[in-house]
Design a binder for this molecule. Structure first.
Ligand SMILES: [Zn+2]
Length: 98
């Protein structure tokens, strides 16, 4: 599949990009803005298509920590499981930050 890219080694979580005909889908966002900015810079060497959506695998910080970097590129849709908020709530209840 030459329209799917996975970027590893920038943080503990890989960030993936699916290139469609008129836009991109991002799968997970990395753990923080600093590492995700590096990933985005490489993505932009591959394509300048707009980010249409972000798919979040689950509520942990390694999946959502870099989301603001992609949000600043536009206003993409964010797709997550229906119980995302419930899981994030219990995560915070335990004294951890998402
Ligand atoms: Zn996780």
């Amino acid at each position: 599949m030459d329209n799917v890219y996975t970027f590893t080694g920038y943080s503990v979580q890989s960030v993936s990009m699916i290139v469609g005909k008129d836009g991109l889908i991002i799968v997970d966002t990395g753990i923080d803005s600093a590492s995700t900015k590096k990933v985005l810079a490489i993505m932009r060497k591959i394509t300048t298509l707009a980010i249409k959506a972000i798919l979040i695998a689950h509520e942990h910080s390694e999946c959502i920590g870099g989301i603001l970097v992609f949000m600043k590129e536009g206003c993409p849709r964010i797709w997550a499981m229906s119980n995302f908020r419930d899981e994030a709530y219990s995560f915070k209840r335990e004294g951890l930050s998402a």
